[in-house]
Ligand binder design. Structure first.
Ligand SMILES: Cc1cc2nc3c(=O)[nH]c(=O)nc-3n(C[C@H](O)[C@H](O)[C@H](O)COP(=O)(O)OP(=O)(O)OC[C@H]3O[C@@H](n4cnc5c(N)ncnc54)[C@H](O)[C@@H]3O)c2cc1C
Ligand code: FES
Length: 360
């Protein structure tokens, strides 16, 4: 009963945000304490963003009137702010009604795309995949729709800020989201996940997010270039592509880069995708730090193996085969940057056919 009263009391206390861009202006309500980016996206206003976690600077806006405050004043994305009035919408809350300006245009939401919202979930099925990669599911309070290739913002109680993790699974009205996380030495959330009492923990979720999505009706050959845990979103894309029988008409090329044999995971799952379309779906594992052990290629004849950085291996093997391709890239920023150079400069793919997430 008390909860109902509090909700009633808070209703109408939202702050009004007006955001202007080159193609006009939109307004939306922002709850007290809610990140301005989340408030806009939740209400269908396609504010610009990429990482949604304070590093890339894509969500920068200029404050024309009102008051905002950053929850993370030292966010690395701050290096892209040029004047005192600029701030990162993914890190900032409003204290007054605000008028903002963003560079570029406000795009319409893509047909079929779902607006993100906040909910919760409980960690289930936590398991180690390698010495420094684990997988877990979040059993959700409420089912969610998302597109293959999207990510969720996860918050852990007691740790400041959200972290982005790409969904591994693909489902409609999903009751579980699956993730893989690589341990970052000294990283607050990834090290927490490798600790004790994580199974059963309740986490905050804001989803679905991200633009690196796959739609089978695009009618394109699929190229996936993934470094380490960057394979997460590719698994979601491959799930949907297989469900839609995409590889009966279109080719699929998956390049998965890791350092050494002991860093490989998801081989069985990737092999299962390939087994369904052996004629058109090819999988290559690139090892950057060691020669391919003969025992590895002998044990997995369904895969190609190569020594080298994954973008370089993809460049060699895809030479002359980029026509009609749409590419997805995910992983550590240097690997994504090198892949983007390959795709733009050598492959000459149009930007509309390149989708990526930098795990910054
Ligand atoms: C779109 C996207 C998808 C990703 N998908 C995956 C994935 O599927 N698997 C995977 O392993 N990794 C993924 N990452 C990387 C992941 O989000 C984390 O950066 C990584 O797990 C390290 O987190 P950490 O807490 O261990 O490290 P930390 O160094 O503690 O934090 C890393 C990041 O968290 C944010 N952060 C840190 N402190 C604060 C703070 N005080 N307030 C607000 N934000 C803060 C910043 O973005 C920072 O770069 C993805 C990243 C992005 C941008
Ligand atoms: S979207 Fe805000 S800094 Fe990347």
């Amino acid at each position: 009963m008390g909860g109902g009263r509090v909700e009633e009391d808070l209703r109408g206390l939202g702050l009004k945000i007006v955001v202007s861009a080159k193609n006009g202006s939109r307004d939306f309500e922002c709850d007290p304490g809610e990140k301005i980016l989340h408030a806009g996206l939740r209400r269908g206003v396609e504010l610009p963003y990429e990482c949604a976690t304070g590093t890339c600077g894509t969500c920068k806006a200029k404050l024309v009137s009102g008051r905002t405050e950053s929850a993370w004043a030292d966010a690395p994305g701050g290096r892209y702010l040029k004047s005192a009035g600029e701030f990162l919408m993914c890190q900032s809350v409003a204290h007054d009604d605000c008028a903002l300006e963003v560079g570029g245009t406000l795009k319409p939401r893509e047909p079929g795309a779902v607006a993100p919202r906040a909910f919760g979930g409980v960690v289930r099925g936590l398991r180690r995949l390698t010495h420094d990669v684990l997988a877990f599911d979040l059993a959700l309070d409420t089912p969610v729709d998302f597109e293959a290739g999207q990510f969720a913002l996860i918050t852990v109680p007691g740790i400041a800020g959200a972290r982005a993790y790409s969904m591994v699974n693909f489902d409609r009205r999903a009751e579980r989201l699956s993730f893989v996380v690589k341990k970052k030495p000294g990283g607050a959330v990834s090290e927490w996940l490798f600790g004790d009492r994580v199974e059963g923990a309740r986490l905050g979720v804001f989803a679905p997010m991200g633009h690196a999505t796959f739609q089978p009706d695009a009618g394109k050959h699929v190229l996936c270039i993934a470094g380490g845990s960057g394979i997460a979103g590719m698994m979601s894309i491959l799930s949907l592509a297989c469900e839609a029988d995409h590889f009966t008409r279109w080719d699929g090329h998956v390049f998965f880069g890791v350092r050494t044999e002991r860093d490989i995971f998801f081989l069985d799952e990737l092999a299962a995708f390939r087994a369904r379309y052996p004629e058109r779906l090819a999988m290559t594992i690139a090892l950057s730090d060691e020669d391919v052990p003969a025992s590895l290629s002998a044990a997995h004849p369904e895969f190609s193996f190569a020594r080298g950085f994954v973008h370089a291996v993809a460049g060699e093997r895809m030479a002359g085969r980029f026509a009609g391709v749409r590419a997805w890239v995910a992983g550590p920023p240097p690997m994504v940057d090198a892949s983007l150079r390959l795709l733009l400069r050598e492959a000459r793919l149009p930007p509309a056919d390149i989708r990526y997430d930098k795990f910054s």
